[in-house]
Design a protein around this ligand. Sequence first.
Ligand SMILES: CC(C)(COP(=O)(O)OP(=O)(O)OC[C@H]1O[C@@H](n2cnc3c(N)ncnc32)[C@H](O)[C@@H]1OP(=O)(O)O)[C@@H](O)C(=O)NCCC(=O)NCCS
Length: 282
Amino acid sequence: MTITQLQDAIEHHFAAGSKAVGDESAMTAFLALRAALESGEVRSASPDPSSPFGWRVNAWVKQGILLGFRLGVLEELPAAGFSFVDKSTYPVRHFSAGGGVRVVPGGSSVRAGAYVASGVVCMPPMYINAGAWVDEGTMVDSHALVGSCAQIGRRVHLSAAAQIGGVLEPVNASPVVIEDDVLVGGNCGVYEGAIVRKGAVLAAGTILTRGTPVFDLVNGTILRATGELPLIIPENAVVVPGSRAINKGKGQEWGLSLYAPVIVKYRDDKTDLSTALEDLLR
Ligand SMILES: CC(C)(COP(=O)(O)OP(=O)(O)OC[C@H]1O[C@@H](n2cnc3c(N)ncnc32)[C@H](O)[C@@H]1OP(=O)(O)O)[C@@H](O)C(=O)NCCC(=O)NCCS
């Protein structure tokens, strides 16, 4: 099946709604898409210089991932190779498919349909969801999440507890993109289709969403998402978590301030030193 045929098949079966359930050709199309995502042949978003923000979202891929949820039934997944010892009074709860609760396996797991390039390191516990792309030499550190369809470039460091949002729920149109050589510090959260350009640094605790204005002290500008464009962090920006005073109404009267990510500088030698990756870990 060519990619165009696969796209047609996915769009057709997605549009069929519940009629796709039990249709063997729908399952065949989904499994072909899942394999193509895992091999990297198909992506949920791809670099595209002709797009206003440099990335093209392949909406049909997200439809295919959702189709997989529609077609799947609950089944028990045996956990081979693990050995655990704990107090006999508190064994691990057992769930069966009939209970209707989904427990996704593993302290760390990578879901089928995610592309993970050779040389990626995954530290437990972490999770990479369907449709994600994680490129060569990237470190996914403990408690990090790579949400559905998120695109992570080469040599990215996703530090401990960094959360990269997905597109499936809540529903987001375009995935988060973290380009090559970005450092995402500990406890950061990047959500709602934000794009972090090459070489940028998000200091620990930085949170980015569509609604978060980012204050660029170097250029004297305020960066925001617009109707057409997501929030875009420029190449090599160093973003740290800050705050801004509320200067009207009750907020001012009560002396409140709001969270505000701030670009304090653009990458320099000191930043390179602070963010150098350890080759021995890769
Ligand atoms: C951003 C970071 C890389 C520092 O980069 P740097 O280029 O060395 O930054 P500098 O030290 O030159 O700081 C530049 C300015 O930002 C401020 N700043 C730096 N880091 C900051 C932070 N995390 N929060 C708030 N302000 C910060 C500095 O005080 C300085 O401002 P000043 O000139 O007014 O004093 C570092 O703070 C950071 O967050 N590293 C990630 C740590 C991490 O999450 N590790 C995960 C391991 S799993």
